[in-house]
Design a protein around this ligand. Structure first.
Ligand SMILES: Cc1cc2nc3c(=O)[nH]c(=O)nc-3n(C[C@H](O)[C@H](O)[C@H](O)COP(=O)(O)OP(=O)(O)OC[C@H]3O[C@@H](n4cnc5c(N)ncnc54)[C@H](O)[C@@H]3O)c2cc1C
Length: 382
């Protein structure tokens, strides 16, 4: 691969995947990460990684470690809010046909990806203050008062990308807000190979296993949870659950015990153009995801891999062309998966009991492929 001088902004899923693959191709990058090294990688949530993302770990020679530190998911269950099972899907067809569908902690995934990056490349506690484009080069001034010139800047700084805010106009990207959100807690020392979700009216509970523990998510409409606060909201949800569903009660008790609950707001973001001059948006910065379909991290890794593939065939003089090919290859795929996540959100996040009842009845006639139609197509490369 021809040496291209690259800055990566953000040491998250997309940024580290991209840096690791570039390193494999002999390209050292500079990476800046806004968190300090002490605070870095502390956001504790769980990821369901489709083979779409997991395959990239094979490319990075991380498959064995990844398999050791994650669990294969075999079933997906949708329950009613009182705990009763409404519909169960087998995930065998994914595991057999496309590759292992696994549950992994985000922290673990980041630690794995870090193994393929030269740690000295990462400047923690650093952000980009300004960008100056000149001919085919871009000079970046950093928050530590240094500056450096690059051929390409890859902005992988997440859903609330500061780079996008600095360089893109307000009308060039838009947020989509579900007006729902929620909290994450953990049940330690538990194993499970089933995703369990409890779709209520004005409430949602999800069980997402990783190795040796289960991530629990409790969500609801912003206005309702803000009015009640975590404790009262949990109690209200718990009142509707039959006593025999012990795991559900245990998980809600764990949520009540959270000392510093972090409220995740469920919105995403779409950007009209992924590139401006020599700056390219990647991952959630380009096209952000609601966690509803559990596909954002997989798409970020898939896009990072496609980008490095295109860069590996591009020389400095034809960077513009190479980046154009990458965008043609990925943008529609990623946006289709985003749309599917939004559609699922509309089914999951329902406030009225009447509509929830109709949904619960209708869901029994849906296949998993129908529920995730665009994502299934994306996995198939269509
Ligand atoms: C609760 C929750 C559950 C989820 N569940 C799933 C799931 O099951 N499956 C799935 O596939 N996806 C899931 N997602 C989505 C997934 O986490 C994201 O799509 C994925 O992390 C996007 O990767 P990214 O690298 O673009 O962004 P991130 O992983 O968010 O990384 C961005 C990085 O940039 C850094 N940064 C931010 N601003 C700056 C700046 N100005 N300068 C330098 N660095 C900066 C951040 O600190 C971070 O390290 C979930 C998300 C949430 C919130």
């Amino acid at each position: 691969m021809e040496h291209i001088n690259i800055l990566i902004i953000g040491a998250g899923v997309a940024g580290l995947t991209c840096a690791g693959l570039l390193e494999k191709n002999g390209i050292r990058t500079t990476i800046i990460e806004k968190e300090t090294s002490e605070a870095f990688n502390s956001s504790g949530y769980m990821l369901g990684l489709l083979p779409l993302g997991g395959r990239v770990l094979t490319e990075l020679n991380l498959k064995d470690e990844y398999f050791q530190q994650s669990v294969e998911m075999q079933k997906y269950e949708i329950h009613r809010e009182n705990g009763e099972l409404n519909k169960a899907y087998s995930l065998d067809f994914i595991n057999e046909k496309y590759g292992s569908y696994r549950g992994v902690e985000r922290k673990t995934l980041i630690e794995l990806l870090l193994r393929k990056v030269n740690k000295s490349e990462i400047k923690y506690g650093t952000t980009a203050r300004s960008f100056q484009q000149q001919n085919n080069l871009i000079t970046v001034s950093f928050s530590d008062n240094t500056q450096k010139t690059f051929d390409l800047v890859i902005a992988a700084d997440g859903l609330h990308s500061q780079t996008r805010e600095q360089l893109w106009n307000n009308d060039e990207y838009s947020f989509y807000d579900t007006q729902w959100g929620g909290w994450v807690a953990w049940l330690e020392n538990k194993s499970m190979n089933t995703y369990k979700e409890y779709w209520g009216a004005a409430s949602f509970i999800g069980f997402y296993p990783v190795k040796d523990k289960i991530g629990i998510f409790l969500g609801g409409p912003d206005e309702l949870v803000q009015k009640h606060g975590l404790q009262d909201f949990v109690q209200e949800v718990q009142n509707n659950i039959k006593p025999e569903y012990a795991l559900l009660h245990e998980s809600l008790d764990a949520l009540k015990k959270l000392t510093e609950p972090y409220y995740w707001e469920f919105h995403d973001c779409k950007t009209k153009s992924w590139k401006k001059g020599n700056v390219l948006l990647l991952g959630d910065a380009a096209c952000g995801f609601l966690p509803t379909a559990g596909v954002g991290a997989s798409m970020a890794m898939d896009a990072a891999s496609a980008l490095v593939d295109e860069l590996s065939r591009t020389d400095k003089e034809h960077l513009e062309y190479g980046l154009g090919l990458f965008i043609k290859r990925e943008k529609e795929r990623v946006e289709n998966a985003q749309e599917n996540s939004r559609d699922l959100g509309k089914m999951m996040f329902v406030k009225s009991h009447l509509i929830a009842g109709i949904r619960d009845y209708a869901i029994r006639f849906y296949s998993l492929k129908q529920l995730t139609k665009s994502i299934s197509k994306t996995i198939e490369g269509k």
